[in-house]
Ligand binder design. Structure first.
Ligand code: PMT
Length: 418
């Protein structure tokens, strides 16, 4: 019997050309044994008809918050509570904004607000709308509340533009639904993730830092948590909300990050996605350094920071069973990543190119997407450029395989010391 057998899915179809893909999604869900009920928004009804949805789901389609008949038959509260999972596909910018801000002015937004069930959204919209800071802020709010997200993908859009905003394909959404309702593959395992930059004080107001936004590390922490792991995220200063269900420790400097990592042990999995400053001021000043009339610039003596990844990977006792480092490279990606894999003593390295692309846009730092190559001790695999959430999901899938292949008892561990 499949994961979706007899599961109740409430599918909310909002306005967008991708609404036609909801029809195929219903078919896939039904073939997998799920029961599907649909809510169609006013916008959604411009793209698909209630008749098509009800013909495929073999249930009445709900459209109106104020329908006495619907309320008598099912009621929006029951509709929101009876599902095992609520799937919003497509999730328009408008419905995402309503969800983030707690609106309840139509049936879809009311059902979502009244629900205590897990929610998966499949955003679909024009790339500019997706990239708009308002949409990104709303998405951040939803992620922090534990709302799952699949896509969007990049590609040609119906509006003639190209970019991120295409809804994921029905088969991909089906996989995400199965992952949301399936067994938690990393249940019982502890994970430690570092994310964001470190700030190294020069004086009380200045610091040495870098452009890491924490998007990649936070996405990995959230994906590990969704897979059932007990996650501690140790993050430098970022503008992101703490991921839902993840114990998040906020630090500033590399020394604080190392101390927090040591405190978070023991862990089965450790992922070091933070951009840790290699150096710090040898003697941070206790008072703000003053300009000296433009004659002499102050000299700042630097000293090397502890290497957190190398320290944890080199532990004789209590080393996590799978230690994954990152490598941020402006050139010679493969050579440098392989060298780091060896010198840092980790099991895997996820390497990403950093610096401006041909159009002058930063490739990884602060970006929403990433293009990575995974180096293990015996092989490498280049993954296509994708959203940082998709990269995180893929990394978690690889981690799951690694643990699934091996006895998860403390006696054996994936990595070099098998
Ligand atoms: O945060 P985002 O904006 O989403 O960007 C993501 C990212 C580009 C920061 C991320 O994908 C990434 O590449 N992180 C590692 C950045 C880095 O510092 O790489 P590195 O090649 O300098 O370091 C190699 C590894 O050693 C990393 O795992 C790093 O966390 C670790 N390290 C480095 C120095 C140090 N003192 N201690 C460490 O643990």
């Amino acid at each position: 019997m499949g994961i979706l057998q007899d599961k109740q899915i409430l599918l909310i179809v909002s306005g967008g050309i991708a609404a036609y893909k909801a029809l195929e999604l219903i078919r896939l869900l039904r073939s997998a044994g799920a029961e599907v009920r649909c809510v169609l928004t006013e916008g959604g009804a411009h793209f698909v008809t209630p008749l098509s949805l009800s013909a495929l789901s073999e249930h009445k389609v709900y459209t109106d918050l104020w329908s006495l008949t619907d309320e008598a038959e099912m009621g929006h509260i029951r509709l929101s509570r009876e599902a095992d999972l609520i799937v919003v596909a497509p999730a328009s910018a408008d419905l995402i904004a309503k969800m983030a801000n707690g609106f309840a002015n139509d049936l879809a937004s009311t059902v979502l607000l009244a629900s205590d069930k897990p929610i998966l959204i499949a955003p679909a919209m024009n790339p500019q709308m997706w990239n708009n800071p308002a949409t990104q802020a709303n998405i951040g709010v939803l992620r922090a509340r534990g709302v799952r997200q699949i896509g969007p993908n990049a590609g040609d859009m119906a509006c003639g533009e190209t970019g991120w905003g295409r809804m994921s394909e029905p088969a991909e959404i089906l996989e995400a639904i199965e992952a949301a309702l399936g067994p938690k593959k990393l249940a019982g395992l502890k994970a430690l993730v570092t994310s964001g930059p470190t700030f190294e004080a020069i004086d009380p107001v200045r610091f040495i830092g870098n452009r890491s936004s924490g998007k990649q590390g936070h996405a990995i922490a959230a994906a590990l948590q969704e897979a059932g792991a007990l996650v501690t995220l140790i993050t430098g200063p970022v503008a992101l909300p703490d991921p839902a269900g993840v114990k998040t420790v906020h630090i500033e400097s590399a020394a604080e990050m190392l101390a927090a990592c040591e405190k978070a042990l023991p862990a089965d999995i450790a992922v070091f996605a933070a951009a840790v400053s290699d150096w710090r001021a040898a003697k941070p000043q206790t008072k703000k350094i003053k300009k000296s009339g433009g004659k002499t610039a102050p000299e700042i003596n630097l000293t090397e920071n502890p290497d957190i990844l190398r320290t944890i990977a080199g532990l004789k006792k209590g080393r996590p069973r799978l230690v994954i480092g990152f490598a941020a490279e402006t050139d010679d990606l493969e050579k440098n990543a392989k060298a780091k894999l060896k010198s840092k003593g980790c099991d895997w390295i996820v390497a990403n190119a950093v610096g401006p692309d041909a159009k002058g846009r930063e490739k990884a730092f602060g970006a929403d997407e990433n293009h990575v190559t995974l180096f293990t001790r015996s092989a490498s695999e280049e993954w296509p450029r994708a959203s940082k959430q998709a990269i995180a999901a893929k990394l978690v899938e690889r981690i799951t395989q690694e643990f699934g292949r091996h006895d998860t008892s403390q006696k054996r561990r994936p990595g070099k010391r098998q």
